[in-house]
Design a binder for this molecule. Structure first.
Ligand code: HSC
Length: 725
């Protein structure tokens, strides 16, 4: 049964039981209405408690139903209205989560009791829709427009104690919320429920409300560039102020329908499920997430307390895993210790605000200079700077100090895992963990399997990622792995566009208007131009190793842009030096100003190389940069480095600022049409055969040839096609 009913003296307890998260699917709605109807009819029942089985109230509407007709059976809001209208008091007992439709259901109840560890929220905006079961109408009536908007537009999960302060929850308890709800229900039997029916209340308003909402719209347009759901949320809340409840509900429905027609909800929901799918990893050997048991990680060590190491140590401590943090000298250790302790203090403050004791959640970090102290840890994450020799030296030391079954992870953004693993006695226990900076905040983790990495090691690293609250994607070992590898052809196109007549701000604007958080030139300035310069110098693409007589704009017979090298030779490394593709107010400054010097250099460069200036249209800029990304995505799939398009999309969405309302780069390709992507790439490649990255990928051609199957079928198609390569 999707919902069950029991009786506790005069209180009926109706429990939603629909694993894994008690989503309010059609069977749940039917069962709830049935049980509720019977409880209201039963004269021995004087009050009703609504609860969720297995420690979760409800994660809201069943997202999978949106694209089916099941949603139309009993609407969530109709069910909520029935519950709210009840003459017997109804109390929601919230444990775990009450999200989206789950909170909307709880708002239809007359009282809400929550366990201190639970979270409530209306995260619909994160999947491209708005709370459309009365959430945008009842919440402002309960807590006022500013507080409601803050909860709805950010889609954040509000901890129970904050929800109590906001007035969303009536009572927070340390123990079992169902028992507390039963006690409250008994107390309120026979009381007047008029004021507790939120739909009958007015929204607290003031004369400046319209301008407050207009400002909110303007802010949301800037903050969520191109995303429609936040704007729809504000418009629905506006309706709660201006109109009676019934009209507000009508507006909610209309907005839901128009949002659906934009295609953004489908893209964001694809992104949502992709994040869950990547946890279900598979290995070319046939190993899978559900057949391999991970080992527990009870203690961990982090080597190197630079920016990455600090974030990783904090992340582990936040997940209640005691950490030993190691640095090479006392001064570095002191600096690192101060930084980590600062980050942990901030975490402790957050926990205290949530009414939680930091000591029970945050594990201790022990700082040391001595490798010998790592002897008992279950897992080590080496996070020194990107240098294979240095990393190998550390892994040699680890081999002699760690217990033989300790897992050894290297945090790298692109170095060869196998080369590092080869210096240890157990290459099967070595794995790459590519964290993104700041590691205590960024959600993405690329888990990189080497040739010899065992399935248990993979399972342990993937599970650790989940424990740290990351979305972990298993990828193969190739230079730069997935995310950074895709960046190469994209940045090349951006550079070529400059050579041909664009300026950094033109290219960035097109890509930022498209929704990417930061255009390629602002991104390079932020990351530091010297990083790529050093790599190109090591590869002999620039600097002294370049053979005399090599044409400036060619390497190994292919097109090459020396523009970024020219900037680096002048010490223009980006934000950190106050100059790069843009000019900044000072070294470390954040605000990018177009630089007349760069314009001048580009003019001279074009003259020197006899390049006719041909500024590209926004459409061409977008196609060249984005299709370069897509093409490399197909090559990554061909090479078996990522196991499906979802993996690439999750990486790009979470690590590289791709707009989630466009699903991901591979999803975007599916919406544009693979045929169109192929045509543009073919045309470009014909004109520029010296840019091999734009030669259409074999897999792309094959998918077009087999009739452009929908993206959910690519994974199988990729398997078949790659097999035949
Ligand atoms: C005319 C208008 C009509 C429209 C009415 C709209 C009404 C309403 O406003 C809309 C909503 O409520 S929208 C909803 C608003 N609510 C949200 O946006 C909440 C979304 N959910 C979450 O944020 C997280 O899942 C939790 C925090 C709940 C649990 O986190 P965790 O412990 O790390 O677990 P996990 O790994 O994340 O998930 C475990 C499994 O559950 C699955 N699944 C989860 N939620 C689902 C759902 N709602 N549905 C279906 N499935 C859902 C998930 O796919 C996974 O499945 P798998 O097959 O095992 O892979």
């Amino acid at each position: 049964m999707a919902a069950t009913r029991s009786l506790s003296h005069t209180v009926a307890v109706i429990t939603i039981n629909y694993p894994p998260v008690n989503a309010l699917s059609s069977p749940v709605r039917h069962a709830l209405i049935k049980e509720f109807g019977e409880a209201t009819k039963d004269p021995s029942v004087k009050a009703i408690v609504l609860a969720g089985a297995n420690g979760k109230f409800s994660a809201g509407a069943d997202i999978r139903e949106f694209s089916t007709s099941a949603l139309k059976t009993i609407s969530l809001e109709d069910m909520n209205e029935t519950i709210e209208a009840s003459r017997k008091p109804v109390v929601a007992a919230i444990e775990g989560v009450a999200l989206g439709g789950g909170l909307e259901l709880a708002l239809a109840c007359h009282y809400r009791v929550a366990n201190v560890q639970s979270r409530v929220g209306l995260p619909e905006v994160l999947i491209g829709i708005l709370p459309a079961a009365g959430g945008t109408q009842r919440l402002p009536r309960l807590i006022g427009v500013p507080a409601a908007l803050d909860v709805i537009i950010r889609g954040r999960h509000v901890p129970a104690t904050e929800a109590l302060q906001l007035g969303i929850i009536d009572e927070v308890v340390q123990g079992n919320a169902v028992n507390a709800a039963i006690l409250l229900a008994r107390k309120v039997i026979g009381s007047n429920l008029d004021k507790r029916r939120l739909s009958t209340n007015y929204v607290p308003s003031n004369p400046n409300m319209e301008s407050f909402l207009d400002t909110a719209v303007e802010k949301a347009k800037k903050q969520f560039r191109g995303a429609q759901a936040p704007i729809a949320c504000i418009e629905a809340v506006r309706a709660s102020v201006q109109k009676p409840y019934k009209h507000g509900i009508e507006k909610e429905r209309q907005l839901f329908t128009s949002l659906w027609a934009t295609g953004q909800p489908q893209a964001q929901q694809y992104a949502f499920f992709s994040e869950r799918n990547v946890a279900k990893w598979t290995h070319p050997s046939g190993g899978r997430w559900d057949t391999v048991t991970p080992k527990p990680v009870r203690t961990a060590a982090v080597i190197g307390l630079g920016t990455m190491g600090r974030g990783i140590a904090t992340s582990l401590a936040k997940a209640n895993i005691p950490v030993i943090a190691l640095e090479q000298d006392a001064q570095q250790l002191e600096i690192g210790k101060k930084a980590v302790n600062g980050l942990l203090e901030r975490e402790a403050e957050k926990l205290l605000k949530q009414g939680l004791a930091p000591g029970t959640v945050l594990a201790p970090v022990h700082f040391t200079l001595h490798f010998a102290e790592l002897r008992d840890v279950d897992l080590v994450i080496e996070a020194v700077y990107e240098n294979t020799e240095l990393k190998k030296e550390i892994f040699r030391k680890l081999k002699s100090v760690c217990k033989p079954d300790a897992f050894l992870c290297t945090n790298t953004s692109g170095l060869n895992i196998d080369e590092i693993a080869a210096v240890t006695n157990h290459p099967d226990l070595v794995i790459g963990t590519h964290f993104f900076s700041p590691a205590n905040i960024m959600r993405l983790l690329e888990v990189v399997r080497g040739q010899q990495t065992s399935l248990t090691t993979i399972a342990t690293a993937m599970t650790l990622g989940k424990t740290l609250g990351k979305v972990s994607v298993l990828v193969g070992n190739c230079p730069l792995f997935v995310g950074n590898r895709l960046l190469g052809p994209y940045v090349d196109q951006a550079n070529y566009l400059l050579e041909e007549g664009c300026y950094p701000e033109d290219v960035d604007k097109v890509l930022e208007d498209f929704g990417i958080t930061m255009g390629p030139f602002r991104m390079m300035d932020l990351a530091g131009l010297d990083v790529g310069w050093r790599a190109r110098t090591e590869k002999g693409l620039t600097g002294n190793k370049v053979l005399h007589g090599t044409p400036a704009r060619q390497r190994l017979g292919n097109r090459y842009s020396p523009l970024p090298d020219m900037l680096c030779e002048l010490g223009r490394f980006g934000q950190k030096t106050g100059k790069g593709w843009y000019l900044y107010d000072k070294p470390g400054g954040r605000i990018a100003h177009p630089d007349p010097w760069v314009k001048d250099v580009l003019h001279k460069y074009r003259n020197t190389h006899h390049i006719k200036q041909r500024p590209a249209s926004p459409e061409v800029i977008l196609e060249r940069c984005v299709y370069a990304l897509i093409n490399e995505g197909f090559r990554v799939l061909e090479d078996g480095i990522a196991s499906g398009p979802e993996d690439i999309d999750v990486i790009y969405n979470n690590g590289y600022g791709w707009p989630k309302y466009r699903g991901g780069i591979m999803y975007y390709a599916s919406t544009v049409g693979l045929g169109k992507v192929l045509d543009v790439l073919e045309k470009y490649h014909k004109e520029h055969p010296d840019v091999p990255s734009m030669k259409p990928a074999f897999l792309l051609k094959k998918l077009v040839a087999v009739g452009e199957p929908p993206i959910k079928e690519w994974r199988t198609q990729v398997g078949n096609l790659v097999h035949k390569l």
